[in-house]
Design a protein around this ligand. Structure first.
Ligand code: 3HC
Length: 319
């Protein structure tokens, strides 16, 4: 980034603020404050890391899907998540950072990924509940992010949201099928809902009062809604779906407030949340080792691709 004179930078900052106020998209070639760029790199890359790590808990059940249709659907979903990760790494690279550096940040624990993927998938019902709750929560967040002020991120969200809707539908179909099944199937899906409900609420981040990044991100239009607003929207959408599916959400304090038209819910275990975020969740070590092993066993593919690209470049230069 070139050094700007004080005057230049205040003019450029003024233009930047005007673009944000006017609801215009900030594009990679536009001037932006360094802090804005750093925040975007943090948020978009961690979103990308989440998509890639998120493949692990579900991938664990591909070989154990109960029939060919479910196997095909789960394969398609996991493949989509890989694509979402690549879109988001590409969006991050428009901010002038190299993908190898982003991957390094994940593999060394410098960068975060969503807490939700540090929980184990213990039964087939988990695949349905993840599709319904986890992708359902992602849709609420990502639909809002489709209006984010940074162009490449906003456009990536439009495509990703379309695919997430398929993810949620296939999950909800599994849940409703099991909930209408044998007593063992009903018990299996209820156990899964009990394990995934609260971690799904934690996906939206800490409460607004404990969110150090939200104020700035909301002011810049990077976030369009706060963590708590998105969480509440997700609860409001999901409670009727749980009733329709015939499963019970594990919160005795859930009650509908006629005045606010919100489903009020019980307290979130923030101690658990911060434990998982800081690396002490049930599967953090397993997930990180799986990513590190995949990265090292895939080194030869990267080296071959780089060697081929260099050879092509030499050929073009010699022509
Ligand atoms: N898991 C891990 N870390 C989390 C977290 C979570 N669920 N929620 C918050 N954190 C971290 C933040 O990264 C931040 O740490 P950092 O400053 O070191 O990065 C800290 O906790 C404080 O949180 P803030 O609320 O201040 O952070 P943000 O303003 O960035 O808000 C967020 C957190 C709501 C996750 C926001 O970053 C966001 O909306 N990100 C984009 C969406 C995303 O990443 N979703 C992850 C799930 S991906 C997914 O769902 C895949 C789908 O296919 C299932």
């Amino acid at each position: 980034m070139t050094e700007l004179t004080l005057e230049e930078s205040s003019e450029k900052r003024e233009l930047f603020e005007k673009q944000i106020q006017a609801g215009e998209k900030i594009e990679p070639k536009d001037w932006m404050p360094e802090r804005f760029r750093k925040q975007l790199i943090r948020m978009i890359s961690q979103h990308a890391h989440s998509e890639i790590v998120g493949m692990l808990p579900e991938g664990n059940w591909i070989t154990r899907a109960p029939n060919f249709r479910r196997k095909k659907t789960l394969l398609a979903k996991v493949q989509d998540e890989a694509g979402h990760g690549l879109y988001l790494y590409c969006a991050t690279e428009t901010l002038g950072i190299d993908r190898s550096e982003l991957v390094e940040q994940l593999l060394t624990g410098k960068a975060k990924y969503s807490s939700i993927f540090n929980y184990p998938t213990l039964s087939w019902a988990d695949i349905g509940v993840i599709g319904w709750l986890v992708d359902g929560a992602a849709i609420v967040n990502q639909t809002s992010l489709a209006k984010t002020s940074y162009g490449p991120y906003s456009r990536a969200m439009v495509r990703i949201c379309k695919e997430e809707n398929f993810h949620k539908k296939q999950g909800y179909e599994i849940v409703t099928g099991l909930a209408k099944g044998t007593p063992e199937q009903r018990d299996m899906v209820q156990d899964s809902v009990n394990r995934w409900w609260w971690p799904s609420l934690m996906m939206f981040g800490p409460s607004d009062k404990d969110s150090p990044n939200s104020k700035e991100l909301l002011a810049w239009g990077v976030k369009r809604r706060s963590n708590d607003e998105l969480r509440q929207r997700f609860v409001n959408l999901t409670v009727p779906q749980a009733k329709a599916a015939g499963v019970t959400l594990p919160d005795p304090e859930l009650r509908y407030n006629e005045e606010t038209q919100d489903w009020e819910f019980g307290p979130i275990n923030w101690e658990e949340f911060w434990q998982v975020v800081s690396g002490n969740g049930p599967c953090n070590r397993e997930r990180m080792k799986a990513r590190q092993d995949a990265h090292s066993s895939g080194a030869w593919v990267r080296e071959a691709a780089e060697a081929y690209a260099e050879k092509q470049q030499r050929k073009r230069a010699a022509a």
